[in-house]
Write a protein that binds this ligand. Structure first.
Ligand code: AMP
Length: 572
């Protein structure tokens, strides 16, 4: 279905086309025609991030009557952030329609401007229940012409204790008004509200009831309780592009974790109920501007946050109920993007994962906490990829280049790279050379590149690295040919192949590894004008990679240059 087939007006279509909306999301395809074509009440089960604001917002805007001066639509939602977000979205959808007046009414802000805006006249009120009830009690809101009421994130409003406010507000709404209820989950309380205030509602479910979004990968790692924080740091180090929310259970834990991360040099801050509204706004502004990598939050504080493109949700501790888990994980994987929700659990918490799996109808994948070697290797490969992609501007650098070359005269290309890498990642290499594996149990599922190497080491395979990659347009088939060309006399079995931008990795049986390495150094194989060389991948012999890594080839030569004990300032 297309937006143009739904009966939306040209002004609305123009508004959403400016926002880049091309195809309706499933909830939009189901809900927009339902609202436009009949006045029946509606219950829609949909996650955050599925496009539900436009699903109710577009038809509501279209059906406003310009003759009426008092509010025609009331939208209730749980938090100030969500309230402001919905009002902003509606303004954007209506950017090409004339004169729609939208008012956001929420607590924690001066009530006077809200009161006077209400008196001046509005078409749509978007409100949090507490403040809305306050305005009603002051007799400043005229709800006599309300035609539609939207209850957005109804489960959250009830979780947050707004039941009484909701009941008081709904009793002021004229009979016969259409009620549209949106909720990610359908607990008993929500069903009760639906029963009490709605007449024969049509039920629309997008995805499965109470299920997480399809494009979220649900994962967990198992560590001893004392290693939880260490595991968090490792994940942040392994995924330097991580932009996520770390969920904790209590305000105290939230504050402690954020403080520790801050001290360890990570860009992280906390969001919880003890902060003033001003402090919350400041933290959220920084997080939205990506001046922060991790927002450490309690469930309540993170409700209604509209931040897109989160790569990860980390459950520092798992919540007790499915609703909270669904809301947490639903913060990532929005608008069709892929997202990862990782839980840090201890050995006694497997049952919690099983329980959520059962209710959610989705399987969790057990991951390994990256080891120091995994992290250093991933970061070095990332560094080399950045190096290969940078395109320096001509200018001052060219003037300095001759003297630079002179000062580094005599160093081979390999030696230069080795020194550069060691300089760039010195603190990380120092730190992780002393850090043990903290996985509390063996993991059989692969964690991409890193765990494959671990498996290979355990299973009699070793991984070799070749000095060419995608940048040289190397394909897996060509890699196998090169190995055969170099080592004509033996037909080595090749396991997994992983070609990155600059380097390639492939597995061979342990007893054949040295032969393959030697064959390349003897036979001078050439690929696209580059001499191909092969060495053991990562830190020397992979079988020993998790041992104390004093002999790491990239470890700093100068032992006096201690890098401090925390790796956080490696964050870019
Ligand atoms: P929501 O669930 O309403 O918070 O929407 C989540 C995100 O998806 C928001 O950033 C919207 O701007 C975006 N979005 C909603 N509908 C569409 C659509 N049809 N096409 C592309 N993006 C959309």
């Amino acid at each position: 279905m297309k937006f143009t087939d739904m009966g939306l007006s040209p002004e609305i279509l123009e508004g959403i086309s400016r926002l880049g909306f091309e195809t309706p999301t499933p909830v939009q395809a189901a809900v927009i025609p339902a609202i436009l074509n009949n006045s029946r009440d509606l219950v829609a089960l949909a996650q955050t991030g599925t496009g539900k604001t436009a699903a109710f917002g577009l038809p509501i805007l279209q059906m406003l009557n310009p003759e009426i001066k008092t509010p025609q639509t009331l939208i209730l939602c749980p938090t100030r952030e969500l309230c402001m977000q919905i009002a902003r979205d509606l303004e954007n959808f209506a950017a090409c329609a004339r004169g729609v007046r939208i008012l956001a009414v929420y607590g924690g802000a001066d009530i006077k401007p809200q009161l006077s805006a209400m008196v001046r006249g509005v078409d749509i009120v978007v409100a949090t229940p507490g403040r809305m009830n306050d305005l009603l009690r002051r007799r400043r809101a005229d709800f006599s012409k309300i035609k539609r009421v939207v209850l957005d994130e109804a489960d959250e409003m009830l979780n947050m204790g707004f039941e009484e406010d909701l009941e008081a507000i709904l009793s002021e709404v004229p009979e016969g008004a259409q009620t549209l209820l949106f909720s990610a989950t359908m607990p008993r309380q929500v069903a009760a509200i639906a029963k009490k205030y709605m007449t024969d509602p049509e039920e629309i479910t997008v995805g499965t009831r109470n299920a997480g979004a399809e494009n979220i990968s649900h994962e967990f790692v198992v560590v001893h309780a004392k290693d939880r924080y260490r595991a968090l740091k490792r994940l942040a180090d392994f995924y330097p592009e991580m932009y996520g929310i770390v969920f904790c259970r209590t305000r105290q834990e939230t504050q402690d974790i954020a403080d520790h991360l801050g001290k360890d040099g990570y860009k992280a801050e906390s969001l919880h109920g003890d902060l003033t509204q001003q402090q919350r706004d400041r933290v959220m502004k920084k997080f939205r501007a990506r001046e922060m990598q991790m927002l450490v939050a309690t469930d309540v504080a993170a409700r209604g946050l509209d931040v897109n493109d989160l790569t990860h949700v980390i459950n520092y501790s798992l919540p007790d109920d499915l609703g909270s888990y669904t809301h947490r994980s639903g913060r990532t994987g929005r608008a069709g993007k892929a997202g990862v929700s990782i839980a840090l659990i201890n050995m006694r918490e497997h049952h919690k994962v099983k329980c959520i799996e059962k209710q959610l109808g989705r399987k969790f994948v057990q991951r390994a906490v990256p080891t120091g070697a995994n992290i250093c290797e991933a970061r070095l490969i990332g560094l080399m990829e950045r190096l290969s992609q940078v395109s320096p501007e001509p200018g001052l650098i060219d003037e300095i280049l001759p003297s630079l070359c002179k000062s580094l005269e005599g160093l081979s290309r390999e030696e230069l790279l080795r020194r550069f890498a060691s300089l760039e990642l010195q603190r990380m290499l120092d730190y992780y050379s002393k850090e043990p594996d903290i996985n509390a149990e063996t993991v059989h599922e692969a964690v991409g590149h890193a765990a494959r190497k671990k498996q290979a080491a355990a299973g009699g395979l070793v991984e070799l690295a070749m000095n060419i990659g995608k940048a040289n347009r190397l394909s897996p088939k060509q890699l196998m040919n090169l190995v055969n060309v170099a080592d004509r006399n033996s037909s080595v079995e090749i396991g997994r192949i992983n070609i990155t931008h600059l380097l390639s990795f492939f597995e061979v049986p342990r007893d054949a590894a040295q032969g393959v390495i030697d064959s390349f150094s003897k036979s001078l194989v050439d690929f696209e004008g580059r001499q191909v060389s092969v060495s053991l991948a990562g830190a020397g012999n992979p079988a020993k990679r998790d041992e104390k890594r004093t002999a790491h080839p990239y470890s700093p030569k100068d032992k006096n240059r201690k890098g401090g004990k925390n790796p956080g300032h490696w964050q870019k």
